[in-house]
Design a protein around this ligand. Structure first.
Ligand SMILES: [Zn+2]
Length: 93
């Protein structure tokens, strides 16, 4: 995976953060990252909490290998991790 661009945007519609899966409403400032992987372009949104978490704790992480959706919740020290997991568990079809 190669990162092509990374910028802060004010969202025009609600988006889920790629790192923590939380949904953020319209007009939230989010990081928008465009990458290319195997010739396929993709753009994902990251929230400020995830950005800060990564830059504070994992500056040396290799972003080129990428993250899967919701991967940051797998880090033990991710803020609000238990709250997010709990709120998901409560949403039953
Ligand atoms: Zn997030």
């Amino acid at each position: 995976m190669q990162i092509l661009s990374e910028r802060w945007v004010t969202t025009a519609k609600p988006h889920h953060c790629w790192g923590c899966t939380r949904e953020y409403p319209t007009k939230t400032k989010m990081g928008y990252i465009v990458s290319v992987d195997g010739g396929k372009l993709s753009g994902v949104y990251w929230c400020k909490i995830c950005e800060d978490f990564l830059s504070d704790n994992y500056k040396d992480i290799d972003f080129e290998s990428g993250f899967d959706y919701g991967d940051l919740l797998e880090f033990d020290n991710y803020p609000d991790r238990e709250i997010i997991k709990k709120s998901k568990a409560e949403v039953k079809p």
